[in-house]
Design a protein around this ligand. Structure first.
Ligand code: 0RA
Length: 656
């Protein structure tokens, strides 16, 4: 640490202490700044730097952004923006970039006029990334200068290298390697997942049509470019690519509003499709607000109001007495809503719900004015949309009746469970499990083999309905689906959300048990689609599992092991040979299991159900966007590609 006075006369020591204190705080409690120190936190480092580049693009200064994964496992993020300022900072008397890199929460004050648009999960900046990296190198081109400086664990290693350049191009490149002392990673393996970063970059590229994004992978030799001039309009096209649109043109609204002396930008893209699902993605300053917020509320209410008033004003008499509810106007709707505002407030701690109250009215106005105009100018599209919403209304009423029927039935049945359910004796949901089992014979074995104190069995007959292609009223009338709904006791999302409640969940582990063949996988997929669409919180809260029947049993003398893949079989065999110093594999008994249905009750229990020997996969979905697409692919109209997808990519489905 230097201890001399600097040229502006301020005391270096006091400033050093301030820097160290800040860095120490970040390094002591990294989770407070970046969420966690696992995979998520690691990727957050990249996103944090990336956000700064995106801000440069949104402010109109950069049109190229590139992320590169290097062979040494470091990463760099480049943009051709203005470059981080390098002139001496008036207060500290050292290059501004040093202040930005070493001092917590600096940066904003350099640039108060053009507000920061995108922002990391915790709204912290480059200094946090710097504090959490083993090394970080910044390269800047601006003011006819090429400026390079290196840092380690947040503190500069030396003064910058400065060379004159006549290069008029400006830009910033930040390279770094995460700190092993902070993060949990294996330096022998890749640190950053290409797919995770590329997926976020694709999203950013849709939201930032000003810039061309590139991802370069020097480890696995991969490269992609993301550039969408049409912005969120193209995003809708991407979301709907496996769906059948109701109208060809995408409704696009782009408006700006004055709010307390600054500008708020609202961009909305809308396209209905012939399906029944709703996909509304909402963003605030490029942050995906998964829990919605005031922008979403404004959008929903204005959409309902605008369509109802269109019916009243413009539709033929026979349609006039239809009053649409909110959910009617969202059936088959794909919409993207992106707002940009100077000071976003986020409600939940996870920062995924927008709180600014003024935004509700602003978005509502954007819809009311522009959508009404669009509909008047495009009466054919308007009519298609209105007829679709009216038929949704009719279906909703039918579904309501079907739901009443289910409830009345269970009341009459003295709230008895579906006939096929073999319930467990415990009344404590936390310890209870339900196995949803494909096929009667596997169901029979499971019933006999289970531990009946806490394990319930629900056998399913054949395939359940493909919920991606059917409407809620049909879905609710399907026997297999009804049995599941009744057994779990939590209702379904989608008719009216108030009636869905995880609190009533009767089993805290819901386990899908299907054969490892094509039919089994297909039923698994149908079930997963159902849970994803209609009971998503069950997945979010970690209650949904998949049973994993083993492929082989390896026995040698008293040792017995189950293995789940051919590769694992080879490995375990080698292991046994080594361990018992065998000449070859001949004395190891290898049994191949055929399918669930062919196991006897004891076998099924031991291999697949017994808590101490079984394997379970917890269902999670990492990337809601990707997931949505996967479901569309799997469940789309063409049967052939669907099968192919299941067979080839089954193990890649991202919610494992
Ligand atoms: C502070 C002020 C200015 C730009 C930046 C920071 C900046 C930061 C990063 C991080 C990655 N790329 C970046 N590009 C710019 C404004 C500079 C000016 O007014 O010229």
């Amino acid at each position: 640490m230097p201890s001399s006075k600097n040229n502006s006369g301020s005391d270096y020591d006091a400033e050093d202490i301030q820097v160290l204190k800040g860095l120490e705080g970040v390094r002591r409690r990294p989770a407070m700044y970046i969420g966690d120190t696992g995979k998520k936190g690691l990727h957050h480092l990249v996103f944090e730097v990336l956000d700064n580049s995106v801000d440069e693009a949104l402010a109109g200064f950069a049109d190229q952004i590139r992320v590169t994964f290097n062979k040494d496992n470091s990463v760099n993020i480049y943009d051709n923006g203005r470059g981080i300022p390098i002139d001496p900072h008036p207060e500290y008397g050292k290059p501004a970039v040093e202040v930005i890199m070493e001092h917590l929460h600096s940066g904003g004050k350099f640039d108060s006029k053009s507000y920061k648009i995108s922002g990391g999960l915790h709204g912290v900046g480059l200094s946090v990334v710097n504090a959490l990296t083993e090394w970080l190198k910044v390269e800047i081109d601006r003011d006819d200068t090429h400026y390079t400086q290196e840092f380690s664990r947040g503190i500069k290693k030396s003064d910058p290298k400065i060379t004159k350049s006549n290069n008029k191009d400006t830009g910033t490149k930040i390279s770094f390697y995460p700190d092993k002392e902070i993060f949990d990673f294996n330096p022998e393996e890749r640190i950053f997942n290409y797919h995770t970063i590329a997926a976020r970059i694709r999203e950013l590229a849709f939201l930032t049509p000003q810039a061309k994004f590139e991802v370069k992978d020097k480890i696995d030799e991969d490269e992609e470019e993301f550039y969408y001039e049409g912005g969120i309009k193209e995003f809708i096209g991407y979301l709907n690519k496996d769906k059948q649109p109701l109208h060809n043109d995408i409704i696009f609204i782009s408006d700006s509003f004055d709010s307390n002396g600054s500008k708020v930008y609202v961009d909305i893209a809308i396209q209905y499709n012939q399906g029944y699902q709703t996909t509304i993605l909402t963003y605030a300053n490029t942050i995906n607000t998964l829990e919605g917020g005031t922008h979403l509320t404004g959008f929903k209410s204005a959409l309902t109001r605008t369509l109802n008033s269109y019916i009243e004003k413009n539709m033929e008499k026979k349609y006039k007495d239809h009053v649409l509810s909110g959910s009617d106007t969202r059936e088959g709707l794909s919409a993207i809503l992106s707002v940009k505002l100077p000071e976003p407030q986020f409600e939940s701690q996870t920062k995924i719900k927008l709180g600014n109250p003024e935004i509700r009215q602003i978005v509502s106005q954007a819809i009311t004015e522009n959508l009404a105009q669009y509909l008047e100018e495009n009466p054919q599209t308007a009519k298609k949309i209105i007829l679709k919403t009216i038929s949704a209304k009719n279906a909703r009423e039918a579904a309501q009746n079907a739901k009443l029927l289910i409830r009345r039935k269970s009341a009459l049945d003295n709230a008895r469970m579906p006939g096929k359910l073999a319930d467990c004796s415990s009344n404590n949901p936390e310890e209870c499990e339900i196995f949803i089992v494909e096929g009667d014979s596997a169901g029979g074995s499971a019933k006999q083999g289970r531990d009946r104190t806490y394990q319930a069995i629900l056998p399913l007959r054949g395939k359940i309905l493909n919920v991606e292609k059917a409407r809620l009223d049909k879905i609710l009338q399907n026997n297999e689906i009804q049995a599941i709904i009744r057994a779990l006791g939590i209702g379904v999302q989608g008719v009216s959300d108030e009636e869905f409640s995880l609190e009533n969940l009767r089993y805290h582990r819901v386990i899908i048990m299907c054969d490892a063949d094509i039919d089994g996988h297909h039923i698994e997929t149908l079930l997963l689609t159902f849970f994803f669409r209609y009971m998503r919180p069950l997945i979010d809260e970690g209650h949904l599992y998949m049973a994993v029947p083993p492929l082989y049993e390896l026995k040698y003398k008293k040792s017995r092991e189950y293995v789940y893949t051919d590769k694992e079989k080879e490995e375990k065999t080698e292991e046994l040979i080594k361990k018992y110093k065998l000449k070859n594999a001949d004395s190891i008994k290898i049994k191949r299991f055929k399918g669930l249905g062919e196991m006897n009750p004891e076998e099924l229990y031991e291999t697949t159900m017994n808590k101490t020997t079984r394997a379970l996969k917890k269902m999670i979905y990492e990337d809601y966007l990707e997931n949505d697409l996967i479901f569309n692919k799997l469940m789309g109209k063409e049967v052939k590609p669907r099968k192919k997808f299941i067979v080839e990519n089954y193990n890649n489905v991202s919610f494992y």
